[in-house]
Write a protein that binds this ligand. Structure first.
Ligand code: 5GP
Ligand code: MN
Length: 330
C-alpha cells in the first residue's frame, strides 16, 4: 500500500475549510457507511462539510446512523455553490464521474482538490489529485478507517457504527471471499469503542412484513438455468406495487441469487419503470468474473459482485442477453 496518498489527503483536509463528500448512485451500506464515517471524522476536525447523493436518498435501514440526515439528495440550484466553493471533494466507493451524472459535471467544473477513496478495479486516472485506491480492500470503509488512523483522529462510536455498516454489508456479514484478517482486526477495534454487532445487523437486515412478502415472491419466482449453474431473480414494478415496497428496500437481495447450492452465477434484475431502466446485479462464486460482463455494458464492480444498467429493454430481452454472455463464460 502507498501511504503517501493517505498523508497527502490528510494534508489537504487540514488545509481546507470547506469539504464536500459524495458517493455512488443507489448507495449501498458501504457507500453510506464510508461517506458518514468521513463526514463524522471531518466534522470532528471542525471543518464545514456537506454530503450529496445523485438521484438518491439514504435507504430506510441506514437512517439509524448518526448524522445520516446530513446526507442530501443533490439539487444543482441549492448545492452547486458548495461544490464550487469546496477546497476538497472526497469521492468514496466509486471511481468514475459518469456514475454520478450531473453531480459529476459540477465536480469536474469545481477547482477543489479531488480525492478518490475506492476499492474497485479500473479507476479513471484523469479526475482526481489523490487516489486512495486498493482493489484488495473488502470495502471502501476499510480505506476510510486507514485514513482516520493515519490522521491520528479518534474512532468515535458514531464513526465506528458507520464503518461497521460499511464492512458488514460489503462482506455479506463477513462471509464473502473478500474477507481477510485485517477486517477482523478493524472490527475488533470498532467493538471496543462501542459497536454492538447484533444491533447493527438487526437494523440493517431485519425486514418489514412488506419486504418479507416481497422476498417470498423473489424466492418462489427464482429461475434456474444451465443445469443449476445460473439463477435469476427478477423484481418487476408490479411486485413493488403489490408488496408496497420500493427499490430503496432491497439491500442484500442480490446475494440471495447465490443461495442455490449449485449456482455459480446469480443475477438480480430490478425494474425501475419511471426511469425506463433495468438495474442488474451480478454475483458469482470463486473465479467466475462477472465484472467483465458488467463492463461490456458500461457497468463495473468486482469479480464476484458487479452491476450494470440497461435502458429501453424488456426484462425478457435483458435476460436473453445475459444468459448468452454467461453461457459463453461458464
Ligand atoms: P450492486 O449489484 O450491489 O448494485 O453492485 C455491486 C458492485 O458493482 C458494487 O461494487 C457497485 O459499486 C458496482 N456497480 C453496480 N452498478 C454499477 C454501475 O452501473 N457501474 C459501475 N461502474 N459499477 C457498478
Ligand atoms: Mn463498496
Amino acid at each position: 500500500m502507498d501511504f503517501s496518498n493517505y498523508i497527502g489527503c490528510i494534508e489537504l483536509l487540514y488545509a481546507a475549510d470547506n469539504i464536500v463528500i459524495t458517493t455512488h448512485i443507489n448507495p449501498d451500506g458501504d457507500a453510506i457507511g464510508s461517506a458518514l464515517a468521513l463526514y463524522n471524522f471531518i466534522a470532528d476536525m471542525g471543518k464545514n462539510v456537506h454530503v450529496f447523493l445523485m438521484d438518491s436518498t439514504v435507504p430506510e435501514n441506514m437512517k439509524f446512523l448518526k448524522n445520516s440526515n446530513k446526507i442530501k439528495k443533490y439539487v444543482p440550484e441549492l448545492h452547486n455553490k458548495y461544490i464550487y466553493e469546496a477546497d476538497v471533494i472526497l469521492m468514496v466507493d466509486f471511481n468514475n464521474l459518469s456514475r454520478i451524472k450531473l453531480l459529476g459535471n459540477a465536480i469536474n467544473n469545481s477547482s477543489a482538490k479531488k480525492v478518490i477513496i475506492d476499492h474497485h478495479i479500473g479507476v479513471d486516472e484523469t479526475i482526481a489529485d489523490i487516489y486512495i485506491v486498493d482493489a484488495e480492500a473488502a470495502a471502501a470503509g476499510e480505506l476510510v478507517y486507514n485514513l482516520i488512523k493515519f490522521a491520528k483522529m479518534n474512532i468515535t462510536k458514531d464513526i465506528a457504527e458507520a464503518l461497521y455498516v460499511s464492512l458488514m454489508t460489503d462482506t455479506g456479514n463477513f462471509r464473502f471471499n473478500n474477507v481477510r484478517q485485517h477486517i477482523f482486526e478493524i472490527v475488533s477495534e470498532l467493538i471496543k469503542v462501542g459497536v454492538k454487532p447484533n444491533y447493527i445487523y438487526n437494523s440493517i437486515y431485519n425486514q418489514s412484513i412488506n419486504q418479507i412478502r416481497l422476498l417470498g415472491m423473489v424466492y418462489s419466482n427464482m429461475e434456474v438455468y444451465l443445469d443449476g449453474k445460473l439463477t435469476f431473480i427478477v423484481i418487476d414494478d408490479d411486485m413493488f406495487t403489490k408488496t408496497k415496497t420500493s427499490n430503496n428496500e432491497i439491500e442484500g437481495y442480490a446475494d440471495k441469487a447465490l443461495l442455490l447450492k449449485t449456482a455459480v452465477v446469480g443475477v438480480l434484475i430490478v425494474e425501475l419503470k419511471e426511469k425506463n431502466e433495468l438495474r442488474v446485479s451480478l454475483r458469482s462464486r470463486d473465479e467466475f468474473d462477472v465484472r467483465q460482463i458488467a463492463v461490456k455494458y458500461n457497468g463495473g464492480g468486482h469479480i464476484n459482485a458487479s452491476g450494470l444498467r440497461f435502458h429501453d429493454l424488456t426484462i425478457a430481452e435483458a435476460k436473453e442477453i445475459l444468459i448468452k454472455d454467461i453461457k459463453v463464460l461458464l
